[in-house]
Design a protein. Structure first.
Lengths: 206, 206, 206, 206
DNA sequence: CATGAATGAGGGTTCATTCAT
DNA sequence: AATGAATGAACCCTCATTCAT
């Protein structure tokens, strides 16, 4: 291994060290309470050092978002291989998404932070990453659909669009969890969620 | 008109004046850049005066949210009366929601602020308001559905749940507008949106 | 009763109404959390009205202090009449002072506020009042002493000075209660207090 | 001297610089008029810098209090070594305490601020400091007493308690200096003070 | 590479007081 | 006599970022 490679490796390690600290703070204190100086303290590094490895705070957030998307994807990814019929697989995807939103709330928050934020302009590279992450999730859904269609289990002409619909629905409904104690207080949110997923699946069953 | 009434009226006007300033800032600078001192400057009032009319910043945000929900509702409300078949009405609801999210972006953002925010605990009174606003929107959808069911146009056993599904879907998909230039770059977001709405409607057509 | 008298009476009543509110806040929220607007809310009066009856916040505090001194005095006053020997009476005075400092803490605080405050310049009238209050307390001690001297129970040439010494001692020691958990942690504060009072009394016993 | 040492030294110097500013304000404007922004202006530093060196305002006050206790102690400390009999030493302690209260009024005030303040909860470390400072002062008195007892000059079974009594008395009487123009206007405060100290000393002389 | 001291604008909030009504 | 809206300076504190070492 040459000097260059080692350098690059070390650099990556420092970046990880910083991300470890940021992640710890994200989980323990929530998105809003992360500050660079807190991260530097947690990472046992100088504030300036953080800025050497990340251009600014946003970049760290983006890295955390990537991580979150990674976790989300790996949870969903596994479903593809399971011995289930396509409909059940889709249900599992919905469940996995729901669980992720609840059990890894802060990651879900940070993903939403970028998804809802009105102002952020992504760099080309970051765009690619989000593209990939999003695509990977979509691909899982799409693959399941295609399998279903091939097997005659599903009937759908535009599996890609349906995948987006499917994802959009579960994403939107999870947001409505906040309304559990107001508008939706007479409905059990989980039941609505289940109902919706079933409804969508039925809509493409012959 | 007695002194009391005039006083009350003036008080309401001042509240509006403040809200006007806040709204202006909301639209021009975005949710994240509203500060009390900016509002006071914009409203040509002392900082203390703002606090005389609103307990804190959050209260102003809530007032803006109410306004937003009001606009949203009135846009959707009108559809009920139109001379359209139920399916077309639902499509119009979706379109209205979409248009609202695009044309009154900052209002949409502030609604989302409360919907996505990880931390906010609402007071009982605020809960009621959100409840009402949310319900009003849901009711429009539900009413359209019920009409459709009665007319034999739709077939759906649980119109309430379907309304939530419908709303959740369009809400979620609008969030995905942000992905237009990444994950969804090969799809036209509007087409996906249209496809999804159609799909949902088809799913309850006999 | 003429108009003037009624006016004066009404004025006094309003002043009391305000003082009632201030007292309530003093006891419930402590000296530091009293504000004019809180008082006005509590008293169900306008802020301006408060200023009509009291020149400023300080004046209200002074009134509260007077009240406190009144309570303190009346607690001590009663001891004079009791059927006890002079030494026991002095001990009771010390106990009463101690109890007052603990049970009516906020009154004790406000008295101290004026006693420790570096800056306050009293008006002539206020001076008289404090003079009177202080004197009344001192007089009780002095009277007990004089009785004791007459009866041959005490031997002291300057009862006035001894009264001040006595009062100063118990006052200072009560302040040291704050040190209970630091400097004086190995001593029981009450025992020290008792010891001190006894010691002082012994010093004037033949 | 290495870099680290120099850095540490510089850091200490900055802390001193800030404390200098705070002290200057303490003396010129009094405890109640110290604010962080005033300190920063006086110290020619940014507000943030102050917070870099002191966690909050309280910490600065505590540092000033420590200083005050230091001055007080060193004034009293010297008396121990003087060639005087124990009684005279005690009188000197009282004088030193009195002089401190008058000549370094603001330091006396700040010590009182912590002693009288209704609300403060000390951290463990601060407790230790106050403990130490208080103890050091008490120890001086106690040592003088013990010497006196050994020499047969004093007769006192509980020198510790008497020390506290002694300290409490002079502390309390100094507070009464405020009453010089009201309750105690017919007494010369200094004479009362002297009388009291003498009286206490007599009470333990055989 | 790494540091961490320094910044200063900005955050939200409180409050005694005034004054036109 | 009573009101309460209006003020605005002042409060404490946070923080992303820079830069000399």
């Amino acid at each position: 291994m040459g000097v260059k490679e080692r350098r690059a490796l070390e650099k990556q390690m420092r970046r990880n060290q910083i991300l470890d600290a940021a992640r710890k703070l994200l989980i323990s204190q929530g998105l809003e309470n992360i500050s660079i100086s807190k991260i530097s303290r947690e990472a046992q590094l100088g504030v300036g050092t953080i800025y050497f490895y990340y251009k600014n705070k946003e970049e760290i957030f983006i890295a955390l978002q990537e991580e979150g998307l990674g976790f989300l994807f790996s949870a969903i990814q596994q479903i593809k291989r399971k011995q289930l019929n396509p409909a059940e697989k889709l249900k599992e995807v919905a469940t996995a998404y729901y669980n992720f939103s609840q059990n890894q709330q802060e990651y879900f928050n940070i993903i939403n932070y970028f998804l809802s934020s009105p102002r952020i302009f992504f760099q080309e590279e970051q765009k690619k990453l989000i593209d990939m992450s999003g695509n990977k999730i979509l691909m899982v859904i799409e693959t399941i659909l295609l399998e279903g269609v091939e097997e005659g289990f599903f009937l759908e002409e535009d599996p890609r669009k349906f995948s987006i619909l499917f994802w959009g629905t579960i994403h939107g409904l999870i947001h409505f969890k906040k309304l559990e104690h107001t508008t939706l207080q007479n409905e059990n949110h989980q039941l609505v969620y289940k109902y919706s997923v079933d409804k969508l699946i039925q809509s493409i069953q012959p």
